[in-house]
Ligand binder design. Structure first.
Ligand code: AHM
Ligand code: MG
Length: 354
């Protein structure tokens, strides 16, 4: 019978050896061609993340890592040099890979076709290369977000119309958080799993499996500078948070970082529509829908407003924006209760029963 030391040593080695690509194969319970493809795709995304991570850790030292390019993207937002670099990284790692046929990115007006791969691959990768890029110049956390979809039909005219379907059609989704460590979180519809980049190995190693968002958390994460631009129910909700014990305001300016906190500790993230942007700021296909997929897989919720799940929203274009309320089931329900026309006067005087 093996001794305790041996059992513990084997367990530690097993944990240290569970890399991302191996985990994907285990999730799919197959070594077939499709499983190999998905494992390879995830591995390429991870490689892109390592390149981005390497540049971010040296951003203050290398040319062209900080500041703006002077251009605007399709959303009319100023493009940062790191946005361009990270976008190019994702294109480059999938060129000549035979793995992905189409790329959709926040930084590209149109769908990018990797024609050399389209005869062998029917996958589309949708991504935000750098989420929260205003944080780059001040050395705070940023992220990358991605979703993977299987192409429906032939898309002969290359319009990508088949991509305009609700988020339930996502095959996989995830994000990379570039913080004190680089963390890769993904789901293929079988739970949510997190990996930490071990720089000494250059590998993402399994850190947490089957993550569950707590039913309730104290964090609420929202840009309160937009208060003056919100509809009344959101103002009422925030007043309620201010007047009740047990809540902490947390907002980093990077959705990935704020969502990661909520995934691990519970709470809610909100980006409502504003006077200037009634449809909100966040993009459905490569920001809200992938994170909604993860939230639901982890037992949480994501809605665009009163009761409508993010994953049910029918996109009207690849860069469509939606409001987002995402996080612990109870905390999303509390926001929702204000959206259901509950006025401040009617709000409960104490924290609702949990
Ligand atoms: P980006 O991908 O262009 O950086 O925009 C997304 C970001 C989110 O990460 C963050 O939650 C939000 O935009 C911050 O916007 P604001 O400065 O309006 O609060
Ligand atoms: Mg971005």
């Amino acid at each position: 019978m093996p001794d305790t030391y041996q059992i513990e040593a084997d367990a530690a080695l097993g944990r240290d050896s569970m890399t991302l690509s191996q985990h994907v194969l285990q999730q799919l319970d197959s070594f077939g061609p499709e499983a190999q493809d998905l494992s390879a795709i995830m591995n390429r995304i991870a490689f892109a993340a390592k390149l981005v991570s390497r540049r971010l850790t040296r951003a203050g030292l290398v040319e062209d890592a900080m500041g703006f390019t002077g251009r605007q993207n399709v959303q009319g937002e100023s493009v940062k040099k790191m946005d361009v670099y990270a976008n190019d990284v994702f294109i480059t790692v999938f060129q000549q890979s035979g793995l992905v046929c189409r790329l959709v990115s926040e930084e590209m007006d149109d769908i990018y076709h990797l024609n050399e791969s389209c005869s062998t691959s029917r996958y589309t990768l949708l991504y935000d290369p750098i989420d929260g890029s205003s944080n780059v110049d001040i050395n705070l956390n940023v992220g990358s977000i991605f979703a993977l979809r299987r192409q429906q039909g032939n898309d002969i005219d290359q319009t990508g119309a088949d991509l305009l379907t609700p988020g339930h059609d996502q095959l996989a989704a995830g994000y990379v958080l570039y913080g004190p460590s680089t963390v890769f979180v993904y789901s293929m519809g079988k739970g949510v799993h997190a990996f930490t980049l071990d720089p000494s190995l250059g590998e993402f190693i399994l850190a947490s499996e089957n993550i569950q968002i707590p039913e309730h958390g104290s964090n609420y994460s929202v840009n309160e500078g937009n208060f003056w631009q919100w509809a009344d129910p959101f103002r009422d909700y925030i007043r309620y948070m201010h007047r009740h014990e047990g809540y902490s305001g947390r907002y980093s300016g990077a959705l990935v970082g704020d969502f990661h906190r909520i995934l691990m500790q519970g709470g809610v993230f909100l980006y409502p529509g504003t006077l200037k942007k009634p449809e909100g700021k966040l993009r459905l296909l490569y920001e809200s829908a992938p994170l909604a997929f993860l939230a639901e897989q982890a037992g949480g919720r994501a809605i665009v407003g009163d009761r409508q799940p993010v994953l049910d929203v029918q996109p009207n274009g690849i860069h469509m924006r939606t409001p987002l309320i995402i996080g612990s089931a109870e905390d999303v329900a509390l926001v929702e209760s204000f959206l259901q026309e509950r006025s401040l006067e009617q709000a409960p005087l104490s924290t609702p029963a949990r």
